[in-house]
Design a binder for this molecule. Structure first.
Ligand code: PLP
Length: 380
């Protein structure tokens, strides 16, 4: 099997599986809220896990909330902030190339009377900073929401420039960042990043599905999305899962080891595929300076889904549009918003890598693409 669909999800590593298995021991399976010694043991371990995770992210333990996924993190951050800070302004800034986890929150806010301004995205996948500056200067902007690495193209946000712009033009505007596809691929130091709130997902970094993280900088107040027993400082009620939290911490710790070497290896694979595919009947849709972990390619003569299933015959797995919207058979809105013509976007396939992919797999991928063209293209 060649698994090139790592932006959709990744497989848990041996280390993650082992830690999860150890954590399921009776001694650690108490409720962290219980007063007896099993509860205390679970609570102590959970506290350590929060501290470890915070350190790996360059944050303080008081700034970390474990959630069920990045979608929950986005909902808590965006809706929770706007609900709590009604006097901060009525406008939210974003783009139309965000993940649905953000876009649907923005649609919800619009339905509830907030004004959402969508900054146009240029052909390199980056928001038009002149329009952003003008929008910030117009005032009333409570929140801006952007994605650090786009999940469909790998386009990288000019986050430092955006931060400088915000600090100069509208310092009170809170900056929410979706860093789901950046985590484990580029070193993350949240205090240096300068964002105010940030989302992460465990299953994109070889952790388990069912766990995400929300970073909320100390001093930023949000309303919780989930009410109940007041766990996690009242920010996310519900009995904490030590197994899930530890799976996240372990995956992040593992991803942080050799992160630069992994980046170089994936860059080499990406560069090879870009060259080989461009020499065939394929058009590279990811920007030149995209993160190498994502490569969006349009195959001439093959609709996205047809190519996906042709590759599947060879046990090669890729995506059409992002996994959560791919069942709706739509052409990628991210590509269309970035100015890719409909006909080209309709043939787009997303190939996405992890540090565990190899050059040999990339060579095999090219061999199979050649065979697919030989076998199927002429008869079409
Ligand atoms: N944001 C981005 C950029 C993503 O790629 C994804 C998942 O595809 C999400 C948010 C949502 O993550 P989760 O599956 O953890 O809800």
């Amino acid at each position: 099997m060649i698994y090139f669909d790592n932006s959709a999800t990744t497989f848990p590593t041996e280390r993650v599986r082992a830690v999860c298995s150890d954590t399921m021991a009776d001694e650690l399976s108490g409720n962290p809220g219980s007063l007896h010694k099993l509860g205390v043991a679970a609570d102590t371990a959970y506290g350590k896990c929060i501290s470890g995770t915070a350190a790996l992210l360059g944050a303080k333990p008081s700034e970390i909330i474990f959630t069920s996924c990045a979608t929950e993190s986005a909902n808590t951050a965006i809706r929770g902030f706007m609900s709590r800070n009604r006097r901060a302004g009525n406008t939210v800034i974003s783009t139309r190339t965000e993940h649905k986890a953000t876009l649907e929150c923005l649609a919800y806010l619009e339905k509830n009377g907030f004004n959402v301004v969508y900054i146009p995205v240029l052909s390199d996948g980056k928001p038009d900073l002149k329009v952003l500056e003008d929008t910030l200067a117009a005032g009333d902007c409570a929140l801006m929401c952007f994605t650090l690495v786009n999940n469909e193209t790998g386009a990288v946000l000019p986050s430092d420039e955006i931060l400088k712009l915000r600090n100069r033009v509208s310092p009170s505007t809170v900056y929410y960042l979706d860093a789901v596809q950046a985590l484990g691929k580029i070193r993350m130091d949240l205090h240096k990043t300068g964002c105010d709130m940030c989302s992460f997902s465990g299953h994109k970094i070889h952790g388990l599905k069912g766990v995400g993280v929300l970073y909320v900088r100390d001093g930023i107040r949000i309303d919780p999305l989930i009410l109940g027993g007041g766990q996690q400082r009242g920010m996310r009620s519900g009995t904490q899962s030590l197994v899930l939290a530890r799976s996240f911490e372990t995956a992040l710790e593992e991803a942080s080891e050799g992160i630069e070497a992994a980046f170089d290896d994936v860059s080499a694979i990406n560069g090879y595929l870009r060259r080989e595919l461009a020499a065939r009947k394929a058009m590279i849709l990811s920007p030149d300076d995209a993160l190498p972990y994502v490569l969006n390619v349009s195959f001439e003569g093959f609709e996205s889904e047809t190519m996906l299933h042709c590759l599947e015959i060879y046990d090669i797995f890729v995506s059409t549009v992002s996994a959560c919207s791919s069942k709706s058979k739509k052409v990628s809105y991210v590509l269309l918003e970035s100015g890719v013509p409909q006909k080209i976007a309709a043939n787009a396939v997303r190939i996405s890598f992890s540090r565990y992919n190899t050059m040999h797999e990339a060579e095999e991928f090219i061999r199979c693409v050649d065979e697919i063209y030989d076998k199927f293209a002429v008869r079409r």
